[in-house]
Write a protein that binds this ligand. Structure first.
Ligand SMILES: Cc1cc2nc3c(=O)[nH]c(=O)nc-3n(C[C@H](O)[C@H](O)[C@H](O)COP(=O)(O)O)c2cc1C
Length: 196
């Protein structure tokens, strides 16, 4: 196994344990940090929808702040924090959109209300009042009737392909364990320990 394969397998083990641990409400919730073309950062929480050796996938509106950031500057960082386990995982890497087929398949699996919301929400843009949003929802519902709801062109998935994955295990006295898996200059994956 390469260090990269080990890191992904380990992440999946940690996530599985987070799913099984009482008190962790949204184990797949992660902070997603992006930056605009001039390097100014933004951060928000999104849900991890898939993870394997191809990378970490989340879904959103391409015209949102994060979507605009990623269009201008296709790099991001993710941070999972599972408090009851005293564990954190931080991941950094380049980001690409998923294929249309992949996004279509995931969109089709979502609850109908979420599909309607994806059409109705002009995510991250100002909204006059709640009524204006309700009216947009009604409009979308009327447009699709009982038929299937297609994926909006401005809604897709992004896949972060890691070049660094850090596992953080909290320990007494702040003497934490930190292990970093990273892509070295040669392109091979390496591993090292960091001071807490
Ligand atoms: C637990 C949680 C999960 C969320 N998951 C998503 C998600 O998967 N996709 C998404 O677009 N927004 C999600 N949101 C909303 C985002 O945090 C954010 O408000 C929205 O995407 C707009 O972000 P932006 O203006 O920075 O682009 C989630 C919020 C929370 C609190």
């Amino acid at each position: 196994m390469t260090y990269y394969e080990t890191a992904i397998a380990r992440f999946r083990e940690w996530l599985e344990l987070a799913h099984e641990t009482e008190g962790i409400v949204d184990p797949t919730a992660m902070a997603l940090a992006t930056a605009d073309a001039s390097g100014r950062p933004g951060v928000r929480t999104v849900l991890l929808k898939q993870v394997d050796e191809a990378g970490f996938v989340f879904y959103t509106n391409t015209r949102s702040q994060k979507g605009m950031h990623l269009a201008a500057n296709p790099y991001a960082a993710l941070d999972f924090y599972w408090a009851p386990l005293a564990r954190q995982v931080v991941i950094e890497g380049g980001v690409q959109t998923v294929s249309d087929d992949e996004a279509d398949a995931y969109f089709a699996s979502r609850p109908r209300l979420s599909q309607i919301g994806a059409w109705a929400s002009d995510q991250s843009k100002p909204l006059a009042d709640r009524e204006a949003f309700e009216a947009r929802l009604a409009e979308v519902e009327a447009r699709f009737g009982d038929g299937p709801i297609s994926r909006p062109p401005h809604w897709t998935g992004y896949r972060l392909r890691p070049n660094r994955i850090e596992f953080w295990q909290g320990r007494d006295g702040r003497l934490h364990d930190r292990e970093r898996y990273y892509r070295s200059d040669s392109g091979d994956w390496e591993w090292l320990l960091l001071n807490p």
